[in-house]
Design a protein around this ligand. Structure first.
Ligand code: VG1
Ligand code: CO
Length: 558
């Protein structure tokens, strides 16, 4: 095979967001669009290590994954990459990708997913570059990718290279006189084997024999993993795994495990026939945990509960527990656990890429985000199926129900009530105006110390108002403007930021948190939305959200 050099010109807006480049499928289908981004990813991600590198390709099975995978193989071959490891039909969950890069010491990889965004010809697609630690490329690399996409003039490709990625096995080619290999691997084998090392499968299996559980893949990539682990290994009936067929359009739904988009699961759980349920997003890195009668565990509390119970899991008994980390908008529930256990707790900007350095430097063992992301040092991505297994480990070892685990937790640590209001697809202009208005609020010297009053009379005194800035404690890199914070005396917080994963317009996220001490059970047993009502009202007032967006209600409440 010979390498061709193809002339191209830059596209606007190929800036990786919170988690890679995400756009409508039709955008990626434009001639040279995907090619440009992949070429820039190879240059920025690998630099002078590009020649002879070994890369992983895996995706969540959404529409355009296979086409993009073939393009990546051809462009990689054109750039002197020596080997591509790829899941059969390009299918691998995001956590499996991270594990495989680490296990086989690969140079990096391309993850083909737009995560929880809808898929199909009219949906979204995405490409993310991960580095050799198995984690999303840090900002230094993603900024470089963006710079390169602004000046790209040509890319290298072997356009007539055809590889069968539907069969397991190795294919060998000669490209410009050098060997080029494509190895198609099993979709689930490495990951399932790894989970068996991390968790006590026999103990979970015994526990499950007397429980009724549901696992919902939402027609995303976790289906085959759930069947392998929960049906084949744990012996659950096959109807305990729902929506396990990977569909290119996820059945036309948002593959996003939350109370809105996984409402069908919530409704089944409300009937009271089941003890535990979990749901996962399109690429398998998010999780939602529900108990009997759809008792909802906020991701913030989930992180805190796992932090307090890591000794239930063999992996942590063997490796010990270092510190914890959470993204800034995530509630401070985990901080309370860290304090009590005498561990460090780091606060990073939104997005998993910021946890990588802390994990690589052995500063933390567990981390998470309010956006249904939980994970540990076993890989460098958040991990949905891992989180479900972690919860089952806690339930099996404490012999408590999900609800009792939480009640007992709040009884020790107090409760950080938390909710997030998302206003999806507002105009970019309204989004920017809202942030500009809040910028003015935090810059006003009178804001600090001022008291904000809810329509129902509750008063909150502003202790700190700023735009969150993060200095990475490992490499010293600085990330500015990561979200407006209004922190109140007593530990309540309001956070505002614009989403970096949407593909059109703006999505405003409002994060609301109120802390109630452990000595007040009647307060911490309240319904979360009721408890947070006054602060939500203050959030809408101070941001002028209704006036600026014309929206009366959020699109999604989590
Ligand atoms: C959202 C979440 C963030 C998460 C990111 C990727 O980003 O808020 O916590 O890391 O999605 O998750 P944003 O910028 O839209 O708020 V996923 O499951 O796409 O990998
Ligand atoms: Co995801």
């Amino acid at each position: 095979y010979t390498v061709e050099t193809v002339k191209t010109s830059p596209f606007d807006g190929q800036k990786p967001g919170t988690s890679g480049l995400r756009k409508a499928v039709t955008v990626f289908q434009q001639a040279h669009y995907t090619e440009n981004f992949v070429q820039a990813g190879l240059w920025a991600g690998l630099g002078d290590k590009l020649k002879g590198s070994v890369l992983l390709v895996g995706g969540d099975g959404r529409f355009f994954c296979e086409e993009a995978a073939h393009l990546i193989i051809r462009i990689a071959a054109g750039n002197g990459v020596s080997k591509i490891v790829i899941g059969k039909k390009a299918i691998l969950s995001t956590p499996a990708c991270s594990h495989i890069i680490r296990k086989y010491k690969l140079s990096g990889g391309f993850l083909l997913t737009a995560s929880h965004n809808p898929g199909g010809p009219d949906g979204d697609f995405g490409i993310k570059y991960n580095t050799d630690n198995g984690g999303p490329a840090p900002e230094g690399v993603t900024n470089k990718i963006y710079e390169l996409t602004k000046t790209i003039k040509e890319y290298k490709i072997v356009s007539n290279l055809k590889v069968d990625i539907g069969q397991l096995g190795t294919s060998k080619f000669t490209v410009g006189g050098e060997p080029f290999v494509v190895e198609v691997i099993d979709n689930t084998a490495d990951y399932v084997e790894f989970m068996k090392q991390i968790f006590d499968f026999p103990a979970i299996k015994t526990f499950l024999q007397t429980k009724r559980v549901l696992l919902n893949a939402m027609n995303g990539v976790t289906g085959p993993y759930l069947r392998k682990i929960f049906v084949e290994e744990m012996g659950l009936p096959s109807d305990s795994c729902l929506n396990c067929e990977i569909l290119p359009d996820f059945g036309g739904k948002h593959p996003d495990p939350n109370l809105t988009y996984a409402k069908d699961l919530v409704d089944i759980m409300k009937a009271g026939q089941h003890d535990f349920a979990a749901a996962f997003d399109g690429d398998g890195d998010r999780n939602m945990i529900l108990g009997h009668r759809a008792f909802f565990v906020t991701p913030c509390d989930s992180l805190a509960v796992l932090a307090a119970n890591l000794e239930s899991i063999p992996y942590f008994r063997q490796n010990g527990v270092k510190g914890f980390a959470r993204s800034m908008p995530t509630s401070e529930a985990v901080d309370k656990v860290a304090q009590r256990l005498g561990k460090d707790c780091y606060q990073t900007p939104t997005g998993w890429k910021f946890f990588g350095n802390l994990m690589d430097a052995d500063k933390i063992s567990l981390c998470g985000e309010e956006s249904f992301g939980t994970g540990s040092t076993h890989i460098r991505e958040k991990d949905g199926v891992w989180a479900a297994l972690a919860w089952l480990s806690v339930l099996a070892s404490t012999k408590k129900t999900v609800q009792d685990v939480l009640l007992d937790h709040w009884n020790i640590y107090g409760r950080n009530f938390f909710t997030r209001y998302d206003y999806e697809n507002v105009s970019s202009e309204a989004g920017e105006k809202l942030i500009a208005g809040l910028e003015a609020f935090i810059k006003n010297p009178n804001s600090k110390g001022t008291t904000l009053t809810a329509p129902t009379g509750q008063k909150y005194k502003v202790a700190v108002a700023d735009n969150f800035e993060y200095t990475d404690p490992i490499d010293g890199s600085v990330s500015k403007n990561q979200g407006i914070r209004i922190l109140f005396e007593g530990g309540s917080r309001l956070i505002f930021r614009l989403s970096g994963t949407g593909s059109s317009g703006a999505t405003i996220r409002v994060y609301v948190e109120e802390y109630v001490k452990s000595d007040n059970p009647s307060a911490y047993e309240q319904d979360a939305q009721a408890a947070l009502g006054p602060l939500v009202a203050i959030a809408l007032q101070v941001s002028k959200l209704r006036e600026l967006t014309g929206r009366d209600q959020p699109t999604v409440i989590t």
